[in-house]
Design a protein around this ligand. Structure first.
Ligand SMILES: Cc1cc2nc3c(=O)[nH]c(=O)nc-3n(C[C@H](O)[C@H](O)[C@H](O)COP(=O)(O)OP(=O)(O)OC[C@H]3O[C@@H](n4cnc5c(N)ncnc54)[C@H](O)[C@@H]3O)c2cc1C
Length: 482
């Protein structure tokens, strides 16, 4: 193994993308038995379930080119069918723009609140924190949806502790006119950034990772079951599986969770450890249930009320018909957030948790008591959402500066400690590879993003891949459904 090589910790979208964009030698060490990170899927009993609901959407042209390259003909675009279920009623996502159909007293609270908020908050008002931001839609919308839903999701984190810098472009912000229009008129459908989204036709979200791995060829070893447990900075060596093996490195790219990573490095100053100790996150358990009978045509549904253990149900079989064994079945991923270390499975037991989810699916009409259960499984995501607090940005920057001073780069959803989707993670992998390429070529830095983009375009042309297959896939999906 060359001593001047780059070691990549983690085989999720960021680590794999870094490998794809690196010029020099690299070895990727993935701690689990599977590549793909949180962008992977499981296939069981004819169902395909992602690690929590995943869809493809991006505003970045290069990320779009990467998705197209990795998926080729296997990408399938569709209009979002996302709903909120509250007061025994489905309303179209986003709640704040589509409350039509809710009981009269709820509509009255929502409209009155929106008008009062319009009069109260001057144009350009900057909310102090996430809870304050909710009030800008009015007390009705805040109390009937935004507060209960977000308390359920951001379990244990006071909403006043969460900043607003992650919301831009992610959460639709209708005007007061749109709120009132959405309350009194039948919804006109689909606001917001992911109104039209992509999903692999075959293989679940994991197909993106398969395509990426396929493009790596034999440019470096991808080693699974290699959990990095110690970084000996002075020796420039990482230890794997409690010292069972070690790998020398010239440059290290980390994509595992930043606070956990800092804690496995030898000789980290106390101030850096203290900074890492200030970063907070929340965890998710997904309970996958496959049932007989097709009970919904929705892609995903939000559940703000306390009567269900889950805050969201994702239905992969409606994103691609190949995610379920037969049209007359339903596969649900129930997402349940938890305070790190307090898994619902440990409180209720595995079977207890599954039974609770099945009972709640019956409560909300996604399963009828007679529907046979064809599959159950539980997936744990101990680090799922980073918590955006006011100090997050400077804290992360402080840690990164120390790491980079020691030739260590950290990137990705948990390496950068950012609310990244897969597109952002692929781009983070490309960015960190650029930095390492520049570092290794001692300043002979070219416009690597452009050259990488050109490389992708060449590969797409060579493979005969065009960028839009929506029509073809609509036909294939229709044929499979019938
Ligand atoms: C609930 C949820 C819903 C999401 N929905 C979407 C969506 O709809 N669309 C979308 O585009 N994105 C979505 N995402 C985001 C997407 O999953 C992430 O952006 C992406 O997986 C992050 O990639 P990553 O490589 O940075 O990190 P990860 O995916 O976490 O990969 C890190 C890898 O490092 C490995 N690792 C950890 N510790 C070690 C160690 N000590 N040694 C070796 N390896 C280690 C892990 O096993 C993992 O494989 C969602 C994420 C969550 C949590």
């Amino acid at each position: 193994m060359p001593e001047d090589q780059t070691i990549i910790i983690g085989g999720g979208p960021t680590g794999l993308s870094a490998a794809y964009h690196l010029d020099g030698d690299w070895t990727l060490l993935e701690g689990s038995p599977h590549l793909g990170g949180w962008a992977k899927s499981i296939v069981a009993d004819g169902f395909t379930f992602d690690y929590a609901g995943h869809i493809i959407f991006t505003n970045d042209e290069y990320a779009k080119a990467l998705f197209n390259l990795f998926l080729g003909d296997n990408i399938h675009y569709q209009a979002r069918e996302a709903f909120i279920y509250s007061k025994n009623t489905f309303t179209l996502y986003p709640y704040q723009g589509n409350t039509f159909g809710l009981p009269d007293e709820v509509l009255q609270e929502n409209i009155l609140g929106a008008v009062q908020a319009y009069l109260k908050y001057p144009e350009g008002y900057k909310p102090k924190h996430f809870r304050d931001w909710m009030d800008t839609f009015g007390a009705g919308i805040a109390n009937n949806f935004l507060v209960p839903y977000n308390k359920k999701l951001w379990k244990g984190v006071p909403l006043e502790d969460i900043s607003v810098d992650w919301l831009g472009g992610r959460v639709p912000q209708p005007s007061v006119e749109q709120i009132i229009d959405g309350a009194i008129n039948i919804p006109k459908k689909n606001m917001g950034p992911n109104a039209y989204f992509g999903y692999p036709l075959r293989g679940g979200f994991n197909a993106i990772m398969d395509g990426l791995v396929g493009r790596l060829g034999d440019s470096g070893p991808l080693l699974i079951d290699k959990k990095v447990t110690r970084v000996r900075l002075r020796d420039r060596v990482v230890e794997v599986n409690d010292g069972a093996e070690e790998y020398p490195f010239e440059t290290l790219i980390n994509t595992m969770s930043l606070p956990q990573f800092v804690n496995i490095i030898d000789e980290v100053p106390q101030a850096v450890l203290d900074a890492a100790g200030k970063l907070r996150w929340i965890s998710i358990q997904c309970v996958n249930i496959g049932i007989e009978n097709n009970r919904t045509d929705k892609h995903w549904i939000y559940y703000p009320e306390d009567d269900t253990i889950f805050h969201r149900i994702f239905v992969q079989g409606n994103a691609s018909p190949y995610c379920k064994p037969h049209p007359a079945t339903s596969g649900y991923t129930a997402e349940i957030s938890y305070i790190p270390g307090q898994r619902p499975q440990d409180v209720l037991g595995e079977e207890g948790l599954v039974q609770r989810v099945i009972a709640d699916l019956e409560l909300v009409g996604l399963k009828q008591p007679g529907d046979a259960v064809l599959h159950t499984s539980i997936v744990d995501m101990p680090v799922a959402y980073v918590v955006y607090e006011e100090h997050r940005k400077p804290t992360v920057q402080y840690i990164k500066t120390w790491l980079e001073d020691h030739g260590i780069y950290t990137a990705g959803r948990f390496g950068d400690w950012e609310y990244y989707n897969t597109d952002h993670s692929l781009l983070a992998g490309q960015r960190v590879a650029d930095l390492v390429n520049a570092h290794l070529s001692e300043g002979a830095r070219t416009d690597l993003k452009r050259s990488a983009a050109e490389r992708v375009r060449e590969q797409m042309e060579a493979a005969g891949i065009t960028t839009d297959h929506a029509d073809e896939w609509a036909k294939v999906a229709a044929a499979h459904k019938s």
